[in-house]
Design a protein around this ligand. Sequence first.
Ligand SMILES: Nc1nc2c(ncn2[C@@H]2O[C@H](COP(=O)(O)OP(=O)(O)OP(=O)(O)O)[C@@H](O)[C@H]2O)c(=O)[nH]1
Ligand SMILES: [Mg+2]
Length: 310
Amino acid sequence: MKNKTHNKTLVEDIELTPDNPVKSGINWYPGHMARAIREIKEKVKLVDIVLEIRDARAPLASGNKAMDETLRQKSRLILINKVNLADPHMIHLWEEWFKTQGEPYLFLDCFDKASMKKVMTMAHQIVDQKRLASNPETYVYKAKLKMMIIGLPNTGKSTIINQLANRGATKTADRPGQTQVQQWIVIDKDLDLLDTPGVMPPLLAKEEHGLWLSALHAIPDDIVGVERPALFLIEYFKNKNSKELKDRYKLTTLDITVEEIVEKIAVLRGCVRQKGLPDLERVYKLILLDFRKGELGKVCFGIPPVDKDI
Ligand SMILES: Nc1nc2c(ncn2[C@@H]2O[C@H](COP(=O)(O)OP(=O)(O)OP(=O)(O)O)[C@@H](O)[C@H]2O)c(=O)[nH]1
Ligand SMILES: [Mg+2]
């Protein structure tokens, strides 16, 4: 039976008002997320800085504008994680765009120790500058930092905490919705971290963002199904005439239809049912798995917008 909280039609626990309409399309907003937002709002007062984790394969679509009001008064450092899986050329363009947005940010692979050191240096600088600016007369340097880690599901929040802790302080998993309750993790006398459950925006700005986030596994497969994100990915790589797609599935050409590509992958990988028909469910799952492991190459969904829109 489907979990009640995995509801395709958006919203449980969220008040419906004219400002908060339910639109059709891909959305995932289970009860634990509404609770998570309430708890983030409560606890944000207790921390010095919020680390907002995004996915470098969709630097804008993996943000959450619905959190802006909650974070308005707070120091924020945007960490655009999993850069090792993202298209380096597009990351360069995104870096240029983030530079113009006036918010501290860092693109990183959180398994890289030097990047994690930089996170701590930046967090200290941001908090310190704010303390100095708001109270120049009474300012004294404080080594102690309390940080809250927020972001969409599966962006790597808990992994970042474990990297900072140098141990498995909190559970991680390669699927969205692993962390379901807040947890304080005391690293040492100078650092407390608050892990929070991944929160989706209540509404996605565009239908295609839902496909991107499903492909990136910020949205579980049983919400959208495997067919749409898998076909979207094949079309995306076909349009790029991707060498990785050809190599991975031994395709001589991508100048055939998406359906024909899927059939060829099914045959190659033995995803075939009785009478030689392709087992589509299996082949879609296989495509998604390969993509998420980075086997189909580095991607970046979307392009930097012309306007200010962090
Ligand atoms: N390649 C790569 N994988 C990463 C990186 N950071 C995290 N991951 C992987 O992403 C997956 C999700 O990590 P989690 O830390 O559980 O993500 P989360 O944001 O806490 O997820 P929820 O608790 O479900 O919201 C795990 O399989 C991590 O190993 C990164 O920088 N690069
Ligand atoms: Mg987590």
